[in-house]
Design a protein around this ligand. Structure first.
Ligand code: BGC
Length: 719
């Protein structure tokens, strides 16, 4: 008999429900807390999993209670939201998506897993895979951006990185793909609000990243808080049992979101905790995080005949199997015994700095304002985010302290020891106080250049951080406008550094500043990463994974829109456009300048006649006509012009990178299996339709900047 069978034979109902329960310690609280000390329950075997516990000693102490003092000695599964680092932070996920580099996405997850596992943790509630096309939603910061294909690539990389090759390894974490599904489509971008989208959008936009995570072997999945057309995801049999377990063959654990099972009562589909617990269990949710609905509700649900013991057993078996796969039975203390060396931490910081620099998206750089000239004598570094080390962490800072993160001011002072780097905050991020503006404006007249650091506070994105106004908060606009005006009058360049967990809507700033960097929240080394780009030590290479709107009224705005029957035409009134703003975004998906300048030519697509079994080879020449070495990101899109279902104007199908010196030409190749040109037909089943498909290659999702080739698709044999 296997260890799990033996244990199952011995377990009481209370012990089984303990394995299906995850309780929080009081370190980080992300929702309503169920008060009380868990230690007795751990010893009694009625709490089998913990979240929000940090510090190797604490973790070990709790694990010891379970392993040595509970009747059956079943180890705890202990998890935390390690979203972009544990203590040393990398850029927030949306920022990291800007790298378009699967190897680095995997590497930062690997490093985060090593750091967290060294403190005894075995699970991270990451990656967050919710495609988001509405920047009002604060959780955009945690996810992959607007595109499903990109989301799927990030999913694979992150699962690989967090879990490593062997879940039982001392430095592996079980990843949790969250929040399944379509959480990013909350009504009006308001967190936790209802979701109601078409089955096609669900399948084409919101499900692919989760399918990819499952294919990559993700250990666990977390359903979203939200409902989908009336069925809360925590109770959604069709999507959990039907799709996730049935069609995709997911064998891992489904862990609820924080208190989500009890919230089924608020959703209006359960009268009490017993009904709520029954709904969740019947849908396939194995672990109840923080609602205590399974421990208290399932015994009643059993009595009422709402659930069967066999279902409880099935979930317990899955949880025990995961603990076994993590090596927790054989080596419960293996994680958390060896602290990491200082050399490892130094290395990791170096990586955070490099990744941070690559996550920066240079939105604008007029007249080569950047990099800063070496002759610079006096530099003003102003604004509420200029010297705000704790803010650099962004949302979901894991176990990172408030101290120890690098601000722009300290980064620049370290990089420019021979220049005078002068600082005034001007205004606070959110306050109404404008009394500091005058000093900042006065300073501007006395310097060679101005670095204006503005944006959101870290807590203004992430969970429960929806915003209806996407301009700079507080009095920052008034401050920035005063600075820009004085700078213009005295012919001083202004470089705006924008901190945010979403694409802000700041066309006025982009219009007036000489250069603009989207710095997202870059994590522990933010100030050094930004200084590397400002000084030219690193040529910026980040590309935005989300479209930037020029007006809030354009939201949702994304490149994968389907064509209109009346495409915008300025000469024709009755066409798809606004009366008061252009249709075009301020910046398209994929936009991002470098210190080079790239010209594309000679697109070659072979074969021209493609059968379903073929792989299409795409080559294009790229020449750096700029004055500096730089890295270009080349995107591959497709457009199926004529199909049984209207297809998006552009679909992302690939990307690659090339480094080129000034004057150098290189050629890049991308390959695209023809099977990737399948889509969901009128019945929402995959179809492969013969006909013409456009292949578009270039620097971003602006059609006017893409080279276009055409292929003809056909079946390899007539059907
Ligand atoms: C969030 C999850 C997170 C959980 C545990 C919830 O409020 O929605 O993303 O994993 O808390 O911290």
């Amino acid at each position: 008999m296997s260890r799990i069978d033996t244990l199952m034979g011995k377990m009481t109902l209370a012990e089984k429900l303990g394995q299906l329960t995850m309780a929080a310690s009081s370190y980080t609280v992300t929702g309503p807390i169920i008060a009380g000390d868990s230690t007795d329950a751990i010893k009694a075997g009625t709490i089998g999993n913990l979240l929000n516990m940090v510090g190797a000693a604490h973790v070990r102490q709790m694990q010891r209670l379970a392993v040595e003092e509970s009747r059956l000695g079943i180890p705890l599964l202990i998890g935390l939201d390690i979203v972009h680092g544990h203590r040393i932070l990398f850029p927030v996920p949306l920022g990291e998506a800007s790298l378009f580099d699967p190897e680095t996405w995997a590497l930062t997850a690997r490093e985060s897993a090593m750091e967290a596992a060294a403190e005894g943790l075995a699970m991270t509630f990451a990656p967050m895979l919710d495609v988001a096309r509405d920047p009002r939603w604060g959780r955009s910061a945690e996810g992959p951006g607007e595109d499903p294909w990109l989301g799927a690539r990030i999913a694979e990389a992150k699962v690989r990185g967090f879990q490593g090759a062997d879940l039982a390894a001392a430095d592996a974490l079980a990843a949790v793909a969250k929040h399944y599904c379509a959480y990013g489509a909350v009504t009006a971008g308001r967190d936790y609000a209802s979701v109601d989208i078409s089955a096609r959008t669900l399948r084409e936009v919101h499900m692919p990243a989760f399918e990819a995570a499952v294919a990559a072997g993700v250990a666990a999945v977390m359903p979203a808080f939200t409902d989908l057309a009336g069925i809360p995801m925590t109770a959604n049999k069709e999507l959990l049992r039907g799709w996730l377990r049935g069609r995709w063959g997911f064998k891992g654990v489904i862990v609820s979101d924080y208190n989500a099972i009890a919230e089924l009562i608020n959703h209006g589909i359960a009268a009490d905790l017993a009904e709520a617990a029954a709904h969740a269990l019947n849908a396939g949710v194995d672990i109840d995080m923080m609602a205590d609905a399974y421990r208290h509700g399932l015994p009643i649900a059993l009595e009422r005949g709402l659930v069967a013991m066999a279902q409880i057993d099935e979930s317990v078996r899955r949880v025990l199997t995961l603990k076994e796969q993590l090596g927790l039975f054989d080596h419960p203390y293996r994680r958390g015994t060896t602290p990491e060396s200082n050399a490892t931490l130094t290395q990791r910081r170096r990586l955070a700095r490099a990744v941070g620099a690559r996550a920066i998206v240079m939105l604008k750089n007029d007249k080569e304002t950047l990099p800063l000239p070496a002759s610079l004598r006096r530099l003003a570094v102003i604004g509420p985010l200029a010297d705000a080390p704790a803010e650099m962490r962004g949302p979901w800072w894991g176990a990172a302290d408030t101290e120890g993160h690098v601000s722009v001011l300290s980064g620049l002072r370290a990089m420019l020891p021979h220049s005078q780097v002068l600082y005034v905050p001007g205004v606070a991020i959110e306050s109404e106080d404008v009394s500091g503006i005058a000093a900042a404006v006065d300073l501007c007249a006395t310097v060679d250049a101005i670095v204006l650091c503005v944006g959101e506070a870290a807590v203004m994105s992430g969970e429960a951080a929806s915003r209806a106004h996407l301009d700079l908060p507080g009095k920052q606009r008034e401050f920035a406008e005063a600075v820009l005006e004085r700078a213009r009058a005295s012919a001083k360049p202004v470089i705006a550094i924008l901190f945010s967990g979403r694409p802000l809507v700041v066309p006025w700033l982009v219009e007036s500043a000489d250069a603009v960097l989207a710095a997202w929240f870059l994590g522990s080394e933010a100030g050094n990463s930004i200084s590397d780009v400002l000084t030219g030590r690193v040529s910026p290479s980040g590309r935005t994974p989300v479209t930037w709107a020029r007006a809030e009224g354009q939201i949702p705005i994304f490149f994968g829109e389907r064509p209109s029957g009346r495409p915008a035409n300025p000469k024709d009134h009755f066409t798809s456009k606004y009366l008061d703003v252009a249709n075009e975004p301020l910046f398209p998906f994929g936009h991002g300048l470098t210190y080079g300048l790239f010209v594309y030519s000679n697109l070659r697509v072979t074969p021209a006649d493609v059968e379903d079994i073929d792989t299409i080879q795409i080559r294009v020449d790229v020449r750096n006509v700029g004055a500096r070495a730089a890295q270009e990101t080349v995107f591959l899109f497709t457009h199926d012009k004529l199909a049984s279902v209207a297809r998006p104007l552009l679909e992302l199908k690939g990307f690659t990178k090339i480094d080129l010196r000034p004057g150098e030409t290189g050629s890049v190749s991308l390959s695209l299996p023809a099977t990737e040109l399948r889509f969901l037909g009128p019945e929402l089943e995959p179809v492969f339709e013969p006909g013409e498909v456009e292949i578009l290659v270039g620097p971003c999702a602006d059609r006017s900047r893409l080279l276009v080739g055409t292929i003809r698709l056909s079946w390899s044999r007539p059907c």
